[in-house]
Design a protein around this ligand. Sequence first.
Ligand code: S3P
Length: 189
Amino acid sequence: MTNDGSTLSDIEIARIAERIDRPVVLVGMMGVGKSSVGRRMATMLHVPFVDADDAIEEAAKMPISEIFEHYGEASFRDGERRVIARLMEGAKGVIATGGGAFCDPETRALILDKGIAVWLDADVDTLVDRVSRKDTRPLLRNGNPREILTRLRAEREPAYSQAPIHIISKTGPHQVTISNILQAIDSWL
Ligand code: S3P
């Protein structure tokens, strides 16, 4: 785990970008910042960014909350599996996945095989704070968000911990988190 708080120079970023030959896939809990970190990281690496949740909504032509409401979570997971399989066909890029995606054994195996999985992690207080900014997440609608996030984080940890790279996202500039991710990828490759 690299969490030394330093940031990389443009030359270092370009050198690491050259070495990255597979999609970088951000996994981890709702609210950890996969989409905002991923979007920024893709810009820095000069590669495309895709938010898997957005791609699912586009394919289904409806918001995720409605997919859950009308068809249920199992059906959402089927669609998520198919969409991520398609996204993993791209050579280079950054993909932010929804919080449950890496917990599906088939999706996880595919990401581990074809991509560089990065578990972006944060403590429950940080997650609670960040999810409170958006109320569109169906899994947080029926109960206390802190309790749900605490339970899900514990249940999902065995899956997330299979990612070869584990980075703690602290409050502060995304730049630091991204530098930590890139340094960890550089060491891992
Ligand atoms: C989910 C997380 C959401 C979205 C869906 C289910 C989950 O994505 O895929 O609501 O199971 O944790 P984010 O992690 O981007 O919020």
